[in-house]
Structures are given as C-alpha cells and as structure tokens.
Unconditional design. Structure first.
Length: 399
C-alpha cells in the first residue's frame, strides 16, 4: 500500500525524473481486499518478467534520461517473493539503468512478513535497498486470516528481527482499520504492539471495499461484518492520538513518522513531481504525460519485445494539473504552498480556486498556513478529507 501513487496526480515540471516506481506483480496469495495488479506466484514466468522489466528500463531511459535518482520504490504484489538469485538479477538491473543515485537515496521495497529470510535481506541490502515496508495490517491472527493474509504475528517479529540483523533499520509497517469484525479495542491493541517495535515510520489505512475483490462480492451479499461508521471514525481518532502521544508526526492523512523519516518517495506523488513507472500495470508521470502499462504478466513480457509496454498514454491538461496539485497536495498536513503553485502555473491559488477555498474555510475544513497564500487541512478536515478533495474534482472543467 505504502508507496503507491494516489490516483489523479500528475507531473508539471519539465525536468529529468528523480523518482522510480517499479512493480513486481507476484504474491503468495491474493488477499480478500486486494485490487492491485498482482498474480499468485505459482507457475509464473518470473525470470521472463524480470528480463522484460530490464528491457523496459533500458527503453525508458533511452527515451527520457534520468536525473539524479533520489528515491526508488519497489511495490507489488510482494517483491520479496523473489528468490535470492532473482532478487540479485533484478537489483543489478535497477543499478545498471539508473546508476546516478543521490548520496542519501531512499530505496524502499515492500515486503510481507514471512517472505524475508536473512539471505534474501542480505541480497536486498547489497543491491542498494535501505528501507523496507512490511504489510502487517493487524496484530490479531484471527483478523489476519479473516482478510486473507497468510502470515501470523510471530512472522512479523521474526521478519523485523531478520531485517535489523541484515543492517536494515529504516523500517515501516502498514496497519489497517475498519476491518471486518475489528473493534476499537482491537485496533488499540494493534497500535500498542506496533509502537512497542519503535519503528521510524507507520502507515495506517482504512479498509476500502474495492470492486473485483472477494470482499466486494461479500459486501454485495451483505456478508461483510464491517464496523459501524462511528466506530471507524473513533478508530481513526484513536490512532491519531496514540501516534502523537508516542512522538510520531502525522505528516499525511495515513502516514506517521519520526522526524526525518517521512517517505520521500511518497512526497514525490504528493508534490505532483515526475516519476518513472515501470512494470506490469505501473503508472508513470513524466513532463505532464501520464501512462499506464499493460497489466498481465505474459502480455507485458510480450509487449516489451516490441517496445515500451504502454497500454495508454495521455497528456494532462493544465487545468487538470492544477486540480491535482491541490487534491494531492492537501493530503500532506503541512499543506499546499502558493509559491510552488505560482512557480508551476504562473497564477496564485486564490486566483484559480478562491471560491472553493472560501467555502472550505467557512466550513472549518481548511485553514490558512503561516506561509502567505497557503492552505492545509484543519483537524476537522483531516477527518473529512474526501469532502475537501471532492470540491476540486472537475472544478475547472470548461474553463
């Protein structure tokens, strides 16, 4: 979950991208809530895929040479289902095609507990990975099995111990709330167990019932025992309070970090900056062009033999880019800067969206930032972010 682009973002600066997203679509099993582009590993042509990915990287950097790379994020699926030799091949591909790394590069990889033994983690570290994000979701085994996860809480502790033994200390975990049969007390327990780990970063998401998932089928049949809306709101209030008490800054709606450990790759999306998107089903944004890659593993592999495996590519209009700047940028709790908006579009925020900002200020959902002309979510706005973002969807249509 962490490291995936928010839908609707788009780049605006015309410069060499400094961020890379790479998709490894294989996983051990399909979780009941998952609508990501992922495929169960058994009988998949993994090495064929990694060779195709190597070729896509080559073709991509020929077309758009990279700048100094500041962040790389490998998501999935579960990238850590790769065997050590496959992982080594993959990471050497990345290094070869993107050789100009910033001295303080953030190189993140998603992992599932139980898929990271010490040998694999050593290969990851040797290949440049310096940050690992584990999909933990909850600290109750009954909740984990109820959402289709195949790890248990013992796997979580063992995986984190293995990572630290390999010299990987910049670690993050995902938790979820609003899960079937989850209570506020169960979330409180999970947050307590998570905080005991003393990690530098936590991502905590509410469950979204997406189409084409088992949960969506169950929901339509009224067979999904979700918490009441009030309980879900109390869960979010609880986790914000607990994280703050423990010294973690909420820097984005779903993300909490110790100072200096905010996800730099995710900030690329939230600041509306360019990034490469590589692999089956990956999204990329370069020079205000968005593209989506072919999704299926074999179709992707075959397409790379003919050129870049792009399913569709289209230009983002200036108006849409302005809307995206605001919607995505307001997810970050420090808010949006009028100066940055002016530098990209030559207009002030108020010139373009004055009506929307006035309405949201009056409703108590936004507040002005100390920086002249900037805006951020209020405490109330954090709780009702979707209502804020909805004000900017299509706001400039026909203008």
């Amino acid at each position: 979950m962490e490291g995936r682009e928010p839908q609707g973002s788009s780049p605006c600066t015309k410069s060499a991208p400094q961020a890379v997203y790479i998709h490894i679509p294989f996983c051990t099993n399909k979780c009941f809530y998952c609508d990501f582009n992922s495929y169960v590993l058994k009988d998949q042509p993994v090495m064929d895929y990694l060779r195709a990915l190597d070729l896509e990287m080559e073709l991509t950097v020929q077309e758009t040479p990279p700048g100094e790379i500041k962040s790389i994020f490998v998501g999935g699926g579960t990238p850590t289902v790769l065997k050590p030799d496959e992982m080594e091949f993959f990471l050497s591909s990345v290094r070869r095609h993107f050789p100009n790394w910033a001295a303080d590069i953030e190189f993140s990889m998603e992992a599932n507990p139980g898929t990271t033994d010490r040998e694999k983690l050593a290969v990851m570290k040797a290949g440049g990975v310096n940050r690992v994000s584990f999909g933990v979701q909850a600290f109750q085994n009954e909740l984990l099995s109820g959402i289709g996860r195949i790890h248990n809480t013992d796997d979580v502790f063992r995986s984190l111990e293995n990572a630290r033994a390999a010299g990987l200390d910049n670690l993050s975990i995902d938790l979820m709330f609003g899960l079937p049969n989850q209570t506020v007390e169960m979330l409180d327990y999970s947050v307590s167990r998570a905080l005991e780990l003393g990690l530098p970063h936590y991502s905590i998401y509410s469950l979204k019932v997406e189409e084409n998932t088992l949960f969506h089928t169950m929901y339509q049949k009224n067979q999904l025992p979700l918490p009441a809306e009030e309980d879900e709101l109390n869960m979010y209030l609880l986790l914000m309070e607990r994280m703050e008490q423990a010294g973690y800054k909420q820097y984005e709606i779903s993300n909490f970090a110790k100072p200096g450990f905010e996800s730099r790759h995710n900030m690329t999306y939230w600041r509306n900056e360019d990034y490469y998107g590589l692999g089956a089903g990956a999204h990329g944004y370069v020079n205000r062009w968005r593209h989506v890659n072919i999704k299926g593993v074999n179709p992707y592999n075959e397409a790379t033999q003919q050129g870049r495996p792009i399913l569709e590519r289209f230009e983002i209009s200036r108006e849409e880019a302005m809307e995206d700047f605001v919607m995505v940028g307001l997810r970050v709790l420090e808010g949006i800067s009028d100066e940055r908006f002016r530098s990209q579009f030559g207009l002030s925020l108020d010139e373009v969206f004055g009506g929307q900002f006035s309405k949201l200020l009056d409703a108590g959902l936004l507040e002005r930032t100390a920086a002249a002309g900037g805006y951020r979510l209020s405490r109330k706005g954090i709780l009702f972010g979707n209502e804020v973002f909805a004000e900017f969807v299509g706001a400039l249509d026909g203008k």
